[in-house]
Design a protein around this ligand. Structure first.
Ligand SMILES: CC(C)(COP(=O)(O)OP(=O)(O)OC[C@H]1O[C@@H](n2cnc3c(N)ncnc32)[C@H](O)[C@@H]1OP(=O)(O)O)[C@@H](O)C(=O)NCCC(=O)NCCS
Length: 167
């Protein structure tokens, strides 16, 4: 972990949601979330490895994707947080992914809002986001979070739009 920044808070609450660090037991819903991408469901063994990696990376780097649980219903609905992604530890990316059944309820915006606050509290000055050009819902969340479109890059799957938020 770089000494320049404080570690991010890994436990947070909003009006409707609890955000937490990954536990091995999250593997069972995590694999269902990945399956919604339409390219198959990871085995439980792979999913356990993945969530353990996410947890360990968080503890090492001081930034994390966090699980999102609805407090009233008690169910896990996805994740949101900070990753290096295509950017850097100093200026990480915000990322989120929720189950389709809960889309359109403001949950991504609610979770991402406290993640932005948590990024500020680590001492960071800038966050990025990289989103496929077709992803209107994701751009709308970014707009609500006051990110601004910055530039595009291209890979074999097409355009990636970079947006930025100065903190
Ligand atoms: C992106 C994602 C996390 C948004 O989650 P969510 O909880 O539905 O987001 P919110 O409800 O907070 O906000 C979504 C906004 O997008 C809008 N929206 C949804 N689909 C849209 C579309 N096709 N065109 C335009 N706006 C759209 C909603 O109306 C809402 O805006 P509003 O509050 O002004 O009405 C969710 O769609 C998702 O998990 N997608 C799959 C994974 C993904 O793409 N992650 C981002 C990768 S960069």
């Amino acid at each position: 972990m770089t000494a320049k920044f404080k570690p991010m808070t890994f436990e947070m609450e909003t009006d409707r949601l609890s955000l937490s660090l990954w536990k091995e037991s999250d593997a069972s819903w995590y694999r269902e979330l990945i399956a919604e991408r339409g390219k198959g469901m990871p085995t439980i063994v792979t999913a356990r490895k993945n969530v353990t990696t996410l947890r360990n990376r968080a503890l090492e780097s001081g930034i994390a994707l966090l699980t999102i649980r609805r407090r009233e219903q008690g169910d896990y609905i996805g994740y949101c947080g900070l990753i290096i992604g295509r950017s850097t530890l100093e200026e990480p990316e915000i990322a989120y992914e929720l189950f389709k059944r809960v889309h359109g309820n403001g949950y991504a915006t609610e979770a991402a809002t406290v993640i932005v606050d948590a990024a500020v509290a680590t001492g960071r000055h800038k966050l990025w986001s990289t989103v496929r050009a077709w992803n209107a819902a994701s751009f709308r969340v970014l707009e609500k979070l006051r990110f601004e479109r910055h530039h595009s890059t291209w890979d074999e799957s097409g355009e990636i739009v970079w947006s930025v938020r100065d903190l």
